[in-house]
Design a binder for this molecule. Structure first.
Ligand SMILES: NC(=O)c1ccc[n+]([C@@H]2O[C@H](COP(=O)([O-])OP(=O)(O)OC[C@H]3O[C@@H](n4cnc5c(N)ncnc54)[C@H](OP(=O)(O)O)[C@@H]3O)[C@@H](O)[C@H]2O)c1
Length: 285
């Protein structure tokens, strides 16, 4: 029996991933959830699924993670698959970001996965193999305004993934990222922290519709079952895949990024998202 641990499993992609893995009867699936209020569907699924174990887990809290991994060690003494899925988006004009919010964004999206990875490695060594899958984002590969702190956290997680591929292969541990495009999950409605600019903001009339456009695109985005399909595929291929883009938008945008000059790519993105992007910044000093 393989053992998998998935963070952020009560909602969206995490929920679909544990649902899919638990259907594979050769997996025991530990599903980490944080909020009690949003855990009903997961707890209902646990009741009707022999190989699914829901467990309280906040990736910002080392003690909570120590308890989860102690439980996995006591019950299984190994871990085959870790899926770092828990995450949320902080939306703010960089000028108005608050340091605590910036820290919290990195705490969940980057330090959380690092904490889990550190605890997973000894258990993967016990298993003789392992696969760490980090759910990043297409925004770990390209920028968008007002999402700069989220972008930075996802770029960090991509960077972490690429480095660990070298560092952990000697232990027979694969490390991959899945970079989703916009998917219809709780991301915009439950997870996001949106900071409004102050009243005297220089930004009031500029790009004021951008955030609501992104929220609408998420809420009408792709089915998060696509992420479960991608995990299925990753786990069942012997190739050590570095990164998988999921969603037509992610594939389209990142292909464009490879094909166009950087300036043309930025123009394409600003047209697509109707972002004000002045082209008259070609001054010199
Ligand atoms: N949806 C998209 O368009 C999109 C696109 C690219 C990448 N992503 C990434 O996909 C991943 C999953 O997000 P989603 O779209 O499925 O959104 P979601 O439905 O909001 O799910 C996010 C999950 O993360 C959990 N979480 C947040 N902070 C946590 C913490 N400190 N400890 C433990 N769990 C925590 C949430 O738990 P609570 O219910 O307790 O808040 C929730 O279960 C995230 O990493 C996100 O950045 C999403």
């Amino acid at each position: 029996m393989y053992v998998a641990f998935v963070t952020g499993a009560n909602s969206g992609m995490g929920f679909e991933i544990v649902n899919r893995l638990a259907k594979r009867k050769d997996f025991s699936v530990i599903a980490g959830f944080r909020s009690e209020e949003r855990s009903k569907s997961l707890l209902d699924m646990e009741k009707s699924t022999d190989n699914l174990y829901a467990i309280k887990c906040d990736v910002n809290d080392s003690e909570s993670l120590d308890a989860v991994f102690a439980h996995i060690k006591a019950k299984f003494n190994k871990l085959d698959v870790l899926i770092n899925n828990a995450g949320y988006g902080y939306v703010a004009h960089i000028e108005y970001t608050q340091e605590q919010h910036v820290f919290e964004q990195f705490n969940t999206n980057v330090f959380g996965p690092i904490r889990c990875i550190k605890l997973a490695i000894p258990l993967m060594r016990n298993a003789g193999r392992g696969h760490i899958i980090n759910i990043t984002s297409f925004l770990g590969k390209m920028g968008l305004p007002y999402l700069s702190v989220y972008n930075a956290s996802k770029y960090a997680l991509e960077g972490l993934t690429e480095s660990l591929r070298y560092e952990l292969s000697m232990f027979n541990i694969k490390v991959s990222s899945i970079a989703p495009g916009l998917h219809k999950t709780g991301f915009a409605n439950n997870g996001a922290v949106v900071q409004q600019p102050s009243n005297e903001s220089y930004y009031q009339n500029k790009d004021k519709d951008f955030v609501s456009k992104v929220v609408n695109s998420i809420n009408s985005g792709s089915n998060p079952k696509q992420i479960a399909d991608a995990i299925d595929h990753l786990l069942s291929t012997s190739t050590n895949v570095a990164t998988t883009l999921v969603g037509e938008d992610a594939v389209h945008l990142l292909n464009m990024r490879n094909e166009l000059t950087f300036c043309d790519f930025e123009r394409h993105v600003s047209t697509l998202f109707e972002i004000e992007y002045p082209t008259n910044v070609g001054f010199t000093f």
